[in-house]
Design a protein around this ligand. Structure first.
Ligand code: ZN
Length: 223
C-alpha cells in the first residue's frame, strides 16, 4: 500500500509534524504536535484528512506542546511513552526552561496537556486506519523517546533520535548520550538499509545514507 505522507515544519523550533494516511479524504495518523494547532489543522485540511490518532515521539514541548489542543479539538487519542511524563505534563515550564519563553494564562491554557495520554510501550503494534505502527522505545534524547516503524512500507518516524547527518541532543534534563547510542545500535541500525527515515527536524534520509555520512552512526559501526 502506497501511503499519503506529508509534513510541515511548524513553530519556532521548526518541528516536523507528519500526517500519514492510506489515501486523501480519509482517516489519518498525526505524528508529533508542535504548539501550533492551526498549522496541524491546515496540514490535515490540505488533504481533506480526518485525524484518528496522535503519536508523540517524545515529551519535548516542540513535539508535544500542541497535543492537548489537538485532542480537545478533534477528540482523538494521543499516545506517548510514560517515561516522558515529567515533560508532557509540564509544557509551560519547558517553554521557560528550554526556550526562555514565559507564557500568559491564555497561552498556558492552550498548552495544557490532554486530560489523559494513552501509553506507548516497546514492541507494541498500533493498528490505525489500516496501517501498522510498531513502537520502538529509543531512550537517550529523552527517557521516553519512541520511534514509529512501518515495516510494510519501510518507513521510520525517528523523532529526535536520528536526523539526516546528525543525532538528537542529549544535554537536556533526562538526556543521555550512551543511552541514545545504545538505542541507535539496538533499535534503529538493525532495520533494513532501504528504510526511509522521517525525522523530527530537517529533511528525510535513508538508513543506507546515514551509514555512509552520519559520523555518529559510523562511530557505532566502527567505520
Ligand atoms: Zn526533543
Amino acid at each position: 500500500m502506497e501511503l499519503l505522507i506529508d509534513a510541515r515544519s511548524l513553530w519556532a523550533a521548526q518541528t516536523n509534524c507528519y500526517v500519514i494516511a492510506p489515501e486523501r479524504g480519509g482517516p489519518a495518523v498525526v505524528v508529533d504536535a508542535p504548539p501550533d494547532p492551526d498549522g496541524i489543522g491546515a496540514l490535515l485540511a490540505a488533504h481533506d484528512l480526518t485525524p484518528i490518532a496522535l503519536l508523540v515521539t517524545h515529551g519535548h514541548v516542540d513535539h508535544a506542546g500542541g497535543a492537548g489542543a489537538v485532542v480537545r479539538t478533534t477528540g482523538v487519542d494521543a499516545y506517548v511513552h510514560p517515561d516522558d511524563d515529567y515533560l508532557t505534563l509540564h509544557p509551560a515550564e519547558q517553554l521557560a526552561m528550554m526556550f526562555g519563553i514565559r507564557v500568559g494564562p491564555d497561552d498556558a491554557a492552550a498548552l495544557a496537556p490532554p486530560a489523559k495520554y494513552e501509553t506507548l510501550a516497546d514492541g507494541q503494534v498500533l493498528e490505525l486506519g489500516g496501517m501498522s505502527f510498531e513502537v520502538l522505545h529509543t531512550p537517550g534524547h529523552t527517557p521516553g523517546h519512541c520511534c514509529f516503524h512501518l515495516a510494510d512500507q519501510g518507513l521510520l518516524f525517528s523523532g529526535d533520535q536520528l536526523f539526516a547527518g546528525s543525532i538528537g541532543r542529549t544535554d537536556l534534563p533526562g538526556g543521555d548520550y550512551a543511552t541514545l547510542m545504545r538505542s541507535m545500535a539496538e533499535k534503529v541500525l538493525v532495520l533494513d538499509d532501504s528504510t526511509e527515515v522521517l525525522p523530527g527536524h530537517g529533511p528525510t534520509t535513508t538508513l543506507a545514507r546515514e551509514r555512509l555520512v552520519n559520523p555518529w552512526v559510523q562511530e557505532l559501526l566502527g567505520t
